[in-house]
Ligand binder design. Structure first.
Ligand SMILES: Nc1ncnc2c1ncn2[C@@H]1O[C@H](COP(=O)(O)OP(=O)(O)O)[C@@H](O)[C@H]1O
Ligand SMILES: [Mg+2]
Length: 180
């Protein structure tokens, strides 16, 4: 499927729409260079799932986990952050809270940055591996091309979303679902 967006707002709307199609258990690889709109798309997804917390690139922390919360009145807390240098942090998880997505069973949104490339050990180290394929979780990976080989090896179903800059504010999204 190919979709064009004319501006940031349309990319957020696209992410929102995509969120509504998620059933849980999906790993979504976002592929595209700096400033193409990977994080913007995830912002839309979070909105679609009812997460109020502002989404920013997990470039330095590598992974953030946002919890889709039941009550609309609950406030958002900081998201859980995991770093490679501090693997012990994975134990003391503090969840970001959002509102419940009534239509799906997704309780967690995982946002990963694979810019530096992550191998199985790294993914295990930051706690990412346990989220892949989990029914209550959707995992979005920026610089996702770096994980594609690995996902194939692990025989995980995944989406590939390739984003290309067409002009200053035009982006082309090619969305593919790949089953192995
Ligand atoms: N159609 C569009 N979709 C998404 N972002 C756009 C679009 N047009 C312009 N932009 C701008 O491009 C930038 C995309 O940034 P970001 O989503 O952080 O990219 P990435 O995560 O791929 O590095 C933002 O500053 C945004 O305002
Ligand atoms: Mg980004």
């Amino acid at each position: 499927m190919t979709i064009l967006t004319k501006n940031e707002r349309e990319t957020i709307a696209l992410g929102k729409k995509f969120a509504k199609t998620l059933k849980g258990g999906e790993v979504i690889l976002l592929i595209g260079g700096l400033g193409e709109g990977k994080t913007t798309f995830v912002k839309g997804v979070a909105e679609g799932l009812g997460i109020k917390k502002n989404i920013t690139s997990p470039t330095f922390v590598l992974m953030r986990v946002y919890l889709v919360k039941k009550s609309k009145k609950q406030k958002n807390n900081p998201s859980a952050e995991f770093t490679l240098s501090d693997p012990a942090k994975g134990g003391g998880v503090e969840w970001a809270q959002g509102d419940k997505n009534e239509e799906a069973n997704i309780k967690k949104l995982v946002h990963i940055d694979a810019y530096r490339g992550l191998n199985v050990a790294d993914l295990e180290n930051i706690g990412a591996l346990e989220y892949f394929g989990r029914k209550d979780t959707a995992c979005f990976v920026e610089w996702g091309e770096k994980l594609e080989k690995l996902l194939k090896k692990l025989k995980l179903n995944y989406y590939k979303i390739e984003i290309k800059h067409l002009s200053k504010s035009k982006r082309r999204f090619i969305i593919q679902n790949l089953n192995y």
